[in-house]
Design a protein around this ligand. Structure first.
Ligand SMILES: Cc1ncc(COP(=O)(O)O)c(C=O)c1O
Length: 370
């Protein structure tokens, strides 16, 4: 038996013939950027997430960067003003801050779920803090009430990095993307809502911020060949938008299926050396973009599963503050984040995986020798 981590071709084919038709329609339209397909997807995704505005951009990193560049302009933040970001995340969360000319302040994460820990956030605030970036890692929403309460008390902005959380909800059923001043999404092909290349989106309820983000994403242009601010070129293209409109129609169903598979993992994995995510508790709002398990013998477990035809990945082997690109932060210690990087293993979980596949993975984990 072979269980790939993410069979992208199979997932793409499961949307046929609708994807090919959508792409062909764009080809035949002769209009490839800043057109109706992007406007349609922006409005569908804004409505899906429960916000007024969505701005399609080139990728998730750009979404973060453009939000922060725009907030910096809007509120006159200084170079090197600070943004708090979890020490356990994909590198893009921190890179977006640096590219906007701001300074990332890493903050350790909670033992329970690897998400931003409100107590640690509070300790990281200085006179220069301007914003908090909450990353809904692995598909689980950060406790946003607590984060927003801290932000309000200190007059800070809150940004969601929702690149792994399409359709995820908080305890009161509000969707990721609607829980802060602005949110960034990635539609990288492997995401729960992924396109056929790069794509990203900015969501917000703030009309002025949305307009500024749209300008910054398009060379800072206010009217044709009139540029009021320095911008970048980062726009969602019509083909990706048409693909996303097709795939959005199945997102809730796919997420529900992922939750069922996650429940099987949670009920079935019983091994003294393998820790389940979120203390083993099922989370009805989580969209299980990644199903992480944790083991002090992670590398041996990964080899054992590979010997049995099961492909796994690690999210992430090195925390951002220990990457060479962030050498200035190298001496910092974030014990929980560092332990997660040492022990995390991501199991296969996707909409084309069968229950039998999951039961096979569970069996092999439970047979892993102590
Ligand atoms: C948490 C997180 N933030 C940001 C990004 C960046 O998205 P993109 O790859 O579209 O630039 C990713 C993508 O993998 C991510 O997982």
């Amino acid at each position: 038996m072979k269980i790939p981590y993410l069979p992208l071709l199979k997932i793409t084919q499961s949307f046929e013939p609708h994807l090919s038709q959508a792409v062909k329609n764009v080809i035949d339209s002769g209009w490839y950027l800043l057109g109706e397909e992007t406007a349609r997807f922006e409005s569908q995704f804004a409505q899906y997430c429960g916000v007024s505005d969505c701005v399609g951009v080139g990728n998730g990193l750009d979404a973060l960067k453009i939000i922060l560049m725009s907030m910096k302009l809007q509120h006159d933040w200084a170079a090197d003003d600070e943004v708090i970001v979890p020490a356990h995340t994909f590198i893009a969360s921190a890179e977006g801050i640096v590219h906007a000319g701001l300074r990332p302040v890493f903050c350790d994460v909670s033992e329970d779920d690897g998400l931003l820990d409100p107590a640690q956030v509070e300790k990281s605030i200085t006179d220069k803090t301007r914003a908090i970036m909450a990353v809904h890692l692995y598909g689980k929403v950060v406790p946003m009430d607590a984060i927003r309460e801290i932000a309000q008390r200190h007059h800070l902005k809150v940004i969601e990095d929702a690149a792994q959380a399409h359709g995820a909800t908080d305890a009161s059923g509000r969707r990721a993307g609607s829980l802060a001043d602005a949110a960034a999404f990635s539609f990288y092909p492997g995401k729960n809502l992924g396109c056929l290349g790069d794509g990203g989106a900015i969501l917000t309820q703030d009309k002025d911020l949305a307009m500024l983000c749209r300008q910054v994403a398009n060379y800072g242009q206010t009217r044709k060949y009139v540029h009021d601010t320095l911008g970048v070129n980062s726009r969602m293209d019509e083909i990706q938008a048409s693909v996303l409109s097709v795939k959005l129609t199945r997102l809730d169903k796919d997420n529900a299926y992922r939750r069922n598979l996650a429940r099987l993992y949670l009920n079935g994995i019983q091994h003294p050396e393998v820790k389940l995510p979120h203390g083993g508790k099922y989370d009805a709002g989580c969209v299980y973009h990644i199903f992480p398990v944790f083991s002090e013998r992670r590398d041996a477990l990964q080899s054992w599963l590979a010997q049995n035809g099961i492909e796994t990945l690690i999210h992430y082997p090195i925390p951002p503050h220990r990457q060479r690109s962030f050498a200035a932060w190298d001496q910092a210690e974030f014990p929980v984040a560092q332990r997660m990087c040492r022990t995390e293993l991501s199991l296969p979980l996707h909409p084309c995986m069968t229950q039998e596949d999951v039961l096979f993975v569970i069996d092999k984990i439970n047979q892993f020798s102590c």
